[in-house]
Design a protein around this ligand. Structure first.
Ligand code: NAD
Length: 471
């Protein structure tokens, strides 16, 4: 059993003032694997104080110094990649290939930020003004469980690159990953207080960061409901707020696509990160007159999507992170059946041959209308909806008929047409015939998928304020 009894404040590992013990589980077995002692409000206050004290000096460091820090942090996280991969599998259940990618991503984002900083000019002349980008102050960084290590490193990298100091509130369900990342980042040897890591509950530590007057900026990734709460809490002190929230991303398969390639890619887009991905392509939009063909291909291809042991390299869908998430996904599968959608693959209960763990059968509903709950609400599990369209005008209307706007996918053999459609989609990112991430491009949502952008220059500027000096 693993016991995590320390948090990181002012460059030191300390025992939290908080005394609550929170159980950690292996979602592939549903068995406890240890516990984490949670930070409380007092710990959060200590962390904010440390970050506040560190800010004046850190904000005046040179670009070269901060690039050096980011490179040292990158090297430190690379050195724990294997350990981090194992923790991601154990406490989150990511299939091994995904877990390897996630651990590498956590390191890469630090180097990406160093590269962005290298090319960034903090001052420019605009008319009669020298316009300088100035760091905001102490940043509160709040992460979810579905990519905890990656979000800790990505948010911290942008904050530090900008010259902010930080208090990080990681997901309480990801304490193994946080402990490994914290040890690595400590090894990088940054000045005390520049970053502080306090694992605690959202309602206590997270809520305090969202309202404390010494926090200038909150960057949050998580559910839309909590994001709205943070926005309201931050209004009192007019915090700068970046929110990366949920999604219900459309995958437009155009009539001209090679369906034998497009359908497997659409399934991959939907089931990525075991369906626990804000960017998952959960609404597959297909030409009405080719529905039978699509359905046949899905039935043929879904046998290649194995839900099961995350350590098995054949597995592409791991367990849901918790019993609560498992129950939530089961609930939505039941709703889909009750709404009259056609259950093409999967369904309620555990996958065949699995008796323990929070596993879900990879599920596809067909003949779904865009008004059904399963097409409107984020399920956050491996449950996809196939929706038909008559023509591309209707496909666009369906794609945009959602409260969300994080990501969209277009699969087509006609590049000019795909780009023309992309121009009309209300989403922060549109991926044409690819599932690859671009770390230099901004990431974030339209509508209720969030506010602001992360990554690249846009993500860096989200931690700064422009100041004009006229002369
Ligand atoms: P969540 O919103 O419940 O929790 C996210 C984080 O917020 C956790 O650290 C939690 O402790 C904290 N939190 C909870 N209540 C809080 C409060 N009142 N004040 C401040 N912080 C609080 O979400 P989750 O269950 O951890 O993650 C799943 C959700 O996250 C999904 O809805 C998914 O769409 C979303 N998500 C979005 C992205 C994105 O980039 N857009 C990425 C991953 C997950």
């Amino acid at each position: 059993m693993q016991q995590i009894n320390q948090i990181y404040i002012n460059g030191q590992f300390v025992t939290p003032h908080g005394t609550e013990l929170f159980d950690l589980y292996n979602p592939a077995t549903a068995k406890p694997i240890g516990h984490v002692r949670l930070a409380d409000e007092q710990d959060a206050l200590d962390a904010i104080q440390a970050a506040k004290q560190a800010f004046p000096n850190f904000s005046r460091t040179t670009k070269a110094t901060r690039i050096d820090y980011l490179k040292r942090m990158h090297a430190a996280v690379v050195s724990v990649e294997a350990e981090l991969t194992a923790a991601i599998i154990e406490e989150y259940g990511a299939p091994i290939a995904r877990a390897v990618w996630m651990a590498r991503h956590a390191a890469n984002v630090l180097l990406d930020a160093a590269n962005v900083l290298q090319d960034y000019h903090f001052t420019q002349r605009i008319g009669s003004a020298d316009v300088t980008m100035q760091p905001l102050g102490v940043a509160g960084l709040i992460t979810p469980w579905n990519s905890n290590a990656g979000f800790i490193c990505a948010k911290l990298a942008a904050a530090l690159a900008a010259g902010c100091t930080a208090v990080i509130k990681p997901s309480e369900m990801s304490a193994l990953q946080t402990a490994i990342v914290t040890r690595a980042l400590h090894q990088a040897g940054l000045p005390a207080g520049v970053f502080n890591i306090v694992t605690g509950r959202g309602e206590t530590v997270g809520a305090l960061l969202s309202k404390h007057p010494d926090i200038a900026k909150v960057s949050f990734t998580g559910s839309t409901a909590v994001g709205k709460h943070i926005l309201r809490a931050g209004a009192e002190t007019l915090k700068r707020i970046t929110l990366e929230l949920g999604g219900k991303s459309p995958v437009l398969i155009l009539d001209d696509a090679d369906f034998k390639q497009a359908v497997p890619m659409a399934l991959q887009a939907g089931f990525m990160n075991s369906g626990q991905a804000c960017v998952a392509g959960t609404r597959m939009l297909v030409p009405e007159h080719r529905l039978a063909e699509v359905e046949a291909l899905i039935v043929e291809q879904i046998v290649n999507i194995h839900a099961g042991d995350p350590q098995d390299s054949n597995t592409s869908v791991g367990p849901m992170v918790s019993l609560k998430q498992w129950q939530r996904v089961q609930h939505y599968i039941q709703i889909g059946i009750e709404e009259g959608a056609h259950l093409l693959a999967g369904g309620p209960g555990l996958p065949d041959g699995i008796e323990a763990g929070w596993f879900v059968r990879p599920t596809v509903f067909s003949r779904v209308t865009n008004q059904m709950k399963i097409a409107r609400e984020e399920i956050f599990g491996p449950v996809l909806s196939v929706i038909t369209y008559k023509d591309e005008t209707q496909a666009l209307a369906i794609a945009n008929d959602t409260p969300y706007g994080l990501q969209a996918y277009i699969l087509s053999s006609n590049a000019p047409k795909a780009h023309a459609l992309a121009a009309h989609i209300d989403a922060g990112r549109v991926l044409i015939n690819t599932l690859a991430h671009e770390p230099r491009a901004p990431f974030g949502g339209f509508k209720q998928s969030g506010i602001g952008r992360e990554y690249g220059t846009f993500g860096l500027e989200a931690f700064m304020e422009p100041k004009s000096v006229l002369s």
